[in-house]
Design a protein around this ligand. Structure first.
Ligand SMILES: [Zn+2]
Length: 458
């Protein structure tokens, strides 16, 4: 059984001051001509003596400069000129056709089409308009959506003649909260709860450092997440999805991670204390695989003798991609005796990982090459001493092979002290959004119990 509660709210841009991209997408209400905002003149800001220091000027956001797109050209024409125009029709750009030909097809005089195109040049690359592009046109203007998702409008102004401008499509953001109990798989639970694929993929990536979804999930474990969807108000299409909170109640263990945008360029996931969700190494550097042999004493499948198995085996079809468990430098990549095709990565002075029996080593993977965490380094095979396609995976701590599934691994970075206050305010906003749904929340329970010293967990 899945318990689920969804709720939609509209977020103002002030809710998440650190998320720069949100503000950039804030729709703008504009009623006049699309004129650039005057830049503040620093000289006027200082009536007395000139000063030596440079004042950083806030760069005006595009969304505050550009007008808001309308659904129709007719609406835009009315908004810009206060006048009505004729019937509006939609044309599709044919193969081998240019904008000029299309406008002629729409009934424009040759000179009119040329003047309109002249105004559009510089707003959009007219050479690369895709075949099939939808162009809405009236006798006094036309509009289409450019590659960057913005709308280009061209309007015949009764006084100024043809002018063209870029308009921002109105986008609204909706937050959804979802929680549910996992019966058998997180994928099924997510699908029953209508969680969008990009949010689920991000959830699994973030949780994947702490949890093995194929092996650790027990019936009755519960998940919760808060995600945002950006919806084009003209077409109704979802144009972006963003996960903001990922929580999991796992056999009594509680995990909760918050997305944090450091400066608009770097995003990380952290628990409420600011510790990164990321670990320096991934325990399962392959997806969709089944654990076929664990670490420890076993009867060897080929020799028949009991021996120590100093790695873990993941059975997977030949050709399944294998990723680097962490960032580092390749120290071995090639045939390695009974290991078959083998790769070893040195992550730092303490940790190494090794991958064996590959069918193929990825291009560019050779000793000395640098790899990033998650980069594909090779493909599952059955080379060397192996009875079927699988990945034999080892984690080495100071050159000693340890159990990859249980070794304690260092976390990634921590929120820098100077950003902690800002991070905590984001955490509080996310918490408030989720608590507003009226649900008992795992992370909130954790918060209450850690603050009062009493345990409220069931
Ligand atoms: Zn093995």
């Amino acid at each position: 059984m899945i318990r689920s509660l969804m709720r939609l709210v509209i977020l103002g841009p002030m809710l998440f001051p650190a998320a720069v991209s949100w503000a950039a997408m804030e729709p703008l209400h504009s009623d006049g001509m699309p004129l650039p905002m005057p830049k503040p003149d620093p000289a006027l800001m200082y009536p007395a003596e000139p000063v030596d220091i440079e004042i950083p000027l806030p760069r005006p956001d595009l969304a505050t400069i550009l007008p808001r797109a309308t659904r129709t050209v007719t609406e835009m024409f009315l908004k810009q000129t206060g006048k009505l125009t004729g019937d509006e029709a939609t044309y599709r750009l044919k193969s081998g056709e240019g904008l000029a030909t299309l406008l002629r097809r729409a009934g424009y005089e040759r000179a009119d089409a040329a003047a309109a195109i002249n105004a559009v040049i510089g707003r959009a690359s007219l050479r690369s308009l895709p075949v099939g592009l939808k162009i809405r046109a009236t006798r006094d203007g036309f509009a289409f959506t450019a590659r960057n998702g913005r709308d280009i409008f061209a309007i015949r102004d009764p006084e100024e003649g043809w002018l063209a401008f870029t308009a921002i499509r109105p986008v609204e953001r909706y937050l959804s909260y979802a929680q549910g109990v996992i019966d058998d798989s997180i994928y099924r639970a997510a699908s029953v709860n209508d969680i969008p694929d990009p949010a689920l993929a991000e959830y699994i990536r973030v949780m994947g450092f702490s949890v093995d979804f194929q092996r650790e999930i027990r019936s009755g474990d519960a998940f919760e997440l808060l995600y945002e969807q950006q919806i084009d108000q003209i077409t109704g299409d979802v144009i972006g999805t963003q996960l903001h909170y990922a929580g999991l109640m796992l056999s009594g263990k509680q995990l909760g991670f918050y997305r944090y945008d450091h400066d608009g360029s770097r995003v990380g996931w952290y628990d409420r204390k600011g510790n990164s969700a990321a670990r320096t190494l991934i325990r399962t550097p392959i997806s969709g695989a089944r654990l076929s042999s664990s670490f420890g004493m076993r009867r060897h499948p080929i020799s028949g003798y009991n021996s120590m198995h100093r790695g873990v085996d993941f059975a997977a079809p030949t050709g399944t991609p294998i990723i680097a468990a962490g960032s580092g430098v390749i120290t071995e990549a090639g045939w390695y005796g009974s290991y078959g095709r083998y790769i070893r990565v040195r992550h730092n002075s303490t940790y190494d990982t090794a991958y064996a029996h590959m069918s193929r080593i990825a291009r560019g993977i050779r000793p000395g090459a640098r790899v990033e965490q998650g980069q594909v380094i090779g493909y599952v095979g059955s080379t060397g001493r192996s009875t079927g396609p699988h990945l034999h995976y080892e984690i080495l701590v100071n050159n000693r092979k340890v159990n990859p599934l249980t070794v304690s691994l260092p976390t990634g970075e921590h929120i820098p002290p100077e950003l902690l206050t800002n991070f905590h305010s984001k955490v509080e906003l996310v918490e408030a959004e989720m608590l507003a749904t009226g649900n008992l929340r795992f992370a909130a329970m954790e918060l209450l119990s850690s603050e009062s010293g009493a345990s409220l967990a069931p």
